[in-house]
Design a protein around this ligand. Sequence first.
Ligand code: FES
Length: 322
Amino acid sequence: MRQSYRVERVAPDGSRAAVITLRCALPALVGQFVTLDVTVESITLRRSYSITSARPSEIDIIVKRVEGGRASNWLVEHTRPGDLLHGEAPAGFFVLPAIPTETHRLFIGGGSGLSPLIGLLEQHLEGPGSATLIACDRDERQAIGRARLDALLARSPHRLRWLRFIDDGPLDARSERGPLTATRLRDIVSAGRPLHSAFLCGPDGLQNMAAATIADEPLVEVRQERFVVDARESVPCVIEIAGHPAITARAGQSVIDALEKSGFATESSCRAGQCGSCRLRLRDGIVTHSTDEGLTPKQLAEGWILPCVAYARSERISLSVE
Ligand code: FES
């Protein structure tokens, strides 16, 4: 459902990100996402951002500058209070189930994947439960939500275990040199309280490693949110669409990114292979998906692909819009 969001406030979060507060008329939950249209140089990009805080009629998203991230960088640099943003209604299932009893939950996130986790952690610690948070970042400048996590730790020093893995730069008492490895994660889990559930968000590699490492733990559930896709082994490619000039895709570039860069407009919402709104029919050639959750088995059999998470595996692919 299409939705408009008035920007209420914009506040810096560390040196690379901004917390953007949006007026939201619809019910929204921490951990869901909103998809926003961002027009950069005449091309409208659609990007999903997790809701890190939700109040009656207001939501907060954290938008972080990323290298080559046209939409996110534009939002951080240009969004001002009073602006009207357009997009889709809040959606998604990466939310905290109500558990009335005391539980210990594991939260593992990296980069902007910490945005929903911080909100979920705050909610969880409003109850009697406890938590381990493992936050992974390239360096200190990339970290988001530090003030909120400091406040959370000050409020719940005996119920929150907060560990950080940093790839570069100085370490403090809480941080270790990253990346987080399966061995280290196993140590952390075995030294803590028995886990009830886990929430993972961030780069695919981190999520895949964490999910595999805790697979044998007797968890009630593991919830994952994926907004970062894996380019896998893709090749440079020419994309043909009837009625349009040929489009060139670089190795490692998603099909949707190549389409948008060439000015070809296509629908999209979640940009993570979940919603199916971007789907196109593959008429010829080979693509690989990092996930195909947004397609039914029948659609897969009919040759539909999800360009937002599709990468060329042949030098030429042919698509149709239906
Ligand atoms: S935009 Fe949602 S599946 Fe591609």
